[in-house]
Design a protein around this ligand. Sequence first.
Ligand SMILES: [Fe+2]
Length: 498
Amino acid sequence: MEQQDPRLAELLCALSVTLDLAMAQPPEKSIRSCLVATRLADRLHVPDKRTVYYATLLRHLGCTATTHEEARLMGPHAGDLRPLAEHTDSSSVRESLTYVSRIGKGTGIRRLQYVARTLTSGEDDLLRAICEVGSMLAERLGLGLAVAEALYQNLERWDGKGTPKGLSGNEISIATRIAEVATQAVIYRGGTMFRQRQGGWLDPGVVAAYDDSLVADLDDIDVWQATLDAEPTPWCRAPDLDELARTFAYFVDLKSPYLFGHSTGVADLADEAARLMHLDDAERATVRRAALLHDLGRVAVPTAVWERQGALRRADWEQVRLHPYQSERILARSAVLEPIAVLAALHHERLDGSGYPKQAKGSELSTAARILAAADCYQALTQERPHRAAHSPEGAAEIALAEVAAGRLDADCVKAVLVAAGQQVPGRRMTRPAGLTEREVDVLRLLARGSSNAEIARELVVSRRTAEHHVQHIYGKIGVSTRAAAALFAMQHGLFTP
Ligand SMILES: [Fe+2]
């Protein structure tokens, strides 16, 4: 019998837990919202239930786009505020004041300005970045323009006070309007909230179709299975697991400019090293996909921790140690992803048992796991980190070989990764996407990492006005309008690879 491609819904239900963790929400919130949205779509006789299903499941696909700025503006507890932001009706003075009061002690003027702008302006760059990136990633997943458009409209409101376009009423996709109601229903379990928010934030027609029976059984049923069963037919299939994994790799690496291109860089190295070490095609594919998804669990750790300049505090280190476990937990939900889960969990383990989180030792680490550890170690060394500059390829190779000498990394696997790294360099710089020049690629990298126009001007030794023109020209060429979307574009085209 011919084997079918895996169900897309099964993979995305598993991966949606990454979105929940990134939003500091309980696992399965996206799945629950998706189930309720599908029930609402049934009641409303919406013809395109598929768009409702995927637009709700992936509602937070753009949410890592702004965690870097949030960490800078709102401090180490920015992540804690995410659930509150999602609960806050920005048109309600009382709710907005509650949100502002939670921003924390030591609130500087920049933080207050940010909050004020976020709550009052439909033109906020950060909010637009979330919409732009979510929509770009949905498009990458091949879910079609309707889902991408619904995600772009995620922050629009029925009363027209939302962003990025200030659409109102029926101008907003019905999928987005249902997703908003379903998400709020899952957060609040119905009740009076809807009456307060309909006609303002929420579509009154969708709210009218809601009653608490839609959420009453969520704690008693297997929500995972129920959500899979609720997928409209015909089921979507996932013909290309690599592309799917790559999209989530971008989602994770957007969390901090220090990480841009890390997961895909590790995957390229691990894939080639696996070939050099004669792993069969199936094993090689598993290593490559595990490399793309190895750091999913990073999203559960606040960006401020990944970007901390000094030594990690004890509590931070505890969170960092658990991120491979989180990656495993997310992936293990799907039978298709299970082999990847096992491998991804081992990417920080070392042969002498000094790794984390399991302190696994040599005999417990397969060749595939050793390749992944070597590729992850080498690639990270070639990137800047908050506490050190990027190492040159030669410097990174020296450190990786010292890890071999110390008995922590496998000699053959490190050798294969270094050969793979050496092979990567030629050919990469031959053509640039969207007609970008080499200089524009340099500017794009600065832009993506969050450099201001003034900083870019200093770097290029030009006036600020010229730098501004340069930046607008690049945005025009690549067809995006925010820093995070520029970063995603640059990652998609391998522009961060040394
Ligand atoms: Fe990691």
